[in-house]
Design a protein around this ligand. Structure first.
Ligand SMILES: Cc1cc2nc3c(=O)[nH]c(=O)nc-3n(C[C@H](O)[C@H](O)[C@H](O)COP(=O)(O)O)c2cc1C
Length: 180
């Protein structure tokens, strides 16, 4: 089983980014599992003084990242930047390096959000993630009111999400083995 960790950068109950990841989970082929990580809202605000503290929410986040084959992030843009939710979550794993060589794709829901996706990719790159560009696409949803069901049953968006999962898996499996 190829395991993808879905990470939404929005805590909003009706988040379209979370809906995208849920739709991807529903559309995944039988051998590929997309598991949504739902604990970003439980993470404390990052503070380097507390980096070694055994916060349960932080340990769960680090374990979820370590235990997956690839990561699929879908995150909104707030005020031309990444959301505090996703940045806080990433800051907690800079020092522990769970993203090092981790195949990672970044989804963007809206065509008008042009600042956050490159900023997020830049952060992931400096953290050592293996960014899968072919799987990092803008879906171009017409609204942020779409539900998981709307996305899953839409011919174009469902096709794109199936392709994203395929690219993420292929790119992961075709990677050069690490020299250690
Ligand atoms: C505080 C705030 C700031 C926003 N700033 C931007 C922005 O700069 N660019 C943009 O494209 N959308 C912006 N939006 C719109 C959100 O990206 C959009 O509502 C998105 O659907 C939220 O994601 P979610 O549905 O997953 O919660 C902003 C929304 C909020 C709440």
């Amino acid at each position: 089983m190829f395991k993808v960790l879905g990470v939404s950068g929005s805590l909003r109950r009706a988040s379209v980014n979370t809906a995208i990841l849920r739709a991807a989970a529903d559309l995944a082929p039988a051998h590929l599992q997309v598991v949504l990580f739902e604990g970003l809202g439980d993470l404390p605000l990052f503070n380097p003084d507390l980096e070694e503290e055994p916060f349960e929410a932080v340990l769960r986040w680090r374990e979820a990242l370590s235990g997956c084959d690839a990561v699929l992030i879908s995150s909104p843009e707030y005020a031309h930047g990444v959301t505090g939710v996703i940045k806080n979550a990433l800051d907690w794993v800079v020092g522990t390096a769970e993203f090092e060589n981790k195949p990672t794709a970044v989804l963007n829901a809206a065509t008008r959000s042009v600042f956050a996706p490159p900023a997020l990719k830049g952060t992931l790159q400096v953290m050592g993630a293996h960014l899968v560009e072919k799987a990092s696409i803008t879906l171009g949803l017409p609204s942020n009111r779409l539900t998981c069901e709307d996305i899953r049953t839409h011919p174009e968006f469902s096709r794109l999400l199936r392709e994203v999962l395929q690219e993420l898996e292929q790119s992961t499996l075709q990677r050069e083995p690490l020299p250690y």
